[in-house]
Design a protein around this ligand. Structure first.
Ligand SMILES: Nc1ncnc2c1ncn2[C@@H]1O[C@H](COP(=O)(O)OP(=O)(O)OP(=O)(O)O)[C@@H](O)[C@H]1O
Ligand SMILES: [Mg+2]
Length: 320
């Protein structure tokens, strides 16, 4: 028997493609995302014939014993997700945090990798929408901002800090609220088993300095996401390209220096058509000193609800 086939039957050392994974009653439809550590699959449940998303570590990643902390993180993500699920009476469709259905161990894999089953979100991340100048973006931007501030309000009210808010972790559907995802770094009160957290372009000065993180740190990251959402660019960028792994550490350190010391530009320098008041709100979120940021996510949400979006620039032009 060919070795590859034997290995596959034993489910060891095989490339972790969709066909080599088994998730109880879920039939894998396609791979949505392949990251450094995890796959996210679209899967159909044999129980109710609905689509779900399954996030599972790559077996190769899971096996590495020195990554025990990281191995624990997926279980943590499942547990935090269950805690943050919509309360009774609030439908999934109205709730801005991804719903966690269950988490379990994989069948048929000797390492027994963990996986979590999530509500399937049929949409794009804010990062992708900004990157492709998605046609819905201009019309929905204030709505997206409000919904994201609402997601953080819910998280903070329940005592959690997200610790990795970035535009990749916010999914937008055609309609309805945004869905905040990737809860693996979320920690009650910001106190975490694993101190390192965040995505370099979005990290608060206190995260960069290795100081304790609190809800205000999420508000800084929110300020960066709002900056990106309304201007199409980040306030701080690095001169070192992101696709060069040899220079990754230098790039991260350059970005951290910006978060720690550089004055952020005003969003209005890059976009003339911002809702009145938004420039100031974003700059307050980006204050270096957490105490100078808005007091809570709810304050940010309320300010966003009081704003009206300005018409797109071409709306001022007289009809031909
Ligand atoms: N519930 C979901 N429904 C639909 N797509 C999802 C869902 N969860 C995640 N995704 C897709 O998978 C991508 C990665 O998910 P997530 O942010 O949870 O993983 P990650 O921890 O950042 O992975 P890695 O660090 O390995 O890249 C998302 O940007 C999104 O495109
Ligand atoms: Mg992510």
């Amino acid at each position: 028997m060919p070795i590859a086939l034997l290995k596959r039957m034993l489910r060891i050392g095989t490339a972790p493609g969709a066909e080599s994974r088994r998730f109880r009653n879920y039939h894998i439809v396609r791979i949505i995302h392949e990251g450094e550590k995890a796959f996210v699959y679209q899967a159909r449940s044999a129980k109710d014939d609905r689509l779900y998303a399954i996030k599972a570590y790559k077996p190769s990643y899971h096996r590495t014993a020195r990554r025990m902390f990281k191995r624990y993180r997926l279980r943590h993500e499942g547990e935090v997700g269950m805690t943050l699920n919509p309360p009774p009476g609030i439908p999934e469709a109205d709730y801005p945090i991804v719903r966690t259905i269950s988490f379990d161990r994989e069948f048929g894999n000797p390492d027994g990798c963990l996986y979590i089953v999530l509500e399937y979100v049929d949409g794009f991340s804010v990062k992708r929408m900004v990157g492709c100048a998605h046609p819905l973006l201009r019309a929905r931007r204030l709505d997206i901002a409000r919904s994201l501030a609402r997601a953080l309000t819910i998280m903070h009210d329940r005592g959690f800090v997200h610790r990795d808010l970035c535009s990749d972790n916010v999914l937008v559907m055609k309609e309805g609220p945004v869905k905040l995802i990737d809860l693996g770094f979320a920690a009650p009160g910001g106190i975490a088993f694993e101190e390192k957290s965040g995505t370099p372009s979005y990290m608060s000065p206190e995260q960069c300095a290795g100081r304790p993180v609190n809800p205000a740190s999420d508000l800084y990251s929110l300020g960066i996401v709002l900056f990106e959402l309304f201007t199409g660019r980040l306030p701080f960028t690095s001169s070192i390209p992101a696709d060069n792994p040899k220079l990754a550490a230098r790039r991260v350190s350059e970005l951290m220096q910006h978060h720690l010391h550089a004055k952020p530009p005003s969003p209005s320098e890059f976009a003339a058509d911002l809702p009145p008041g938004l420039d100031g709100l974003i700059l307050r979120c980006l204050e270096k000193n957490p105490e100078r940021r808005p007091p809570t996510a709810r304050h940010v949400m309320n300010e966003l609800f009081q704003m009206e979006d300005s018409p797109p620039p071409d709306a001022h032009e007289p009809a031909p």
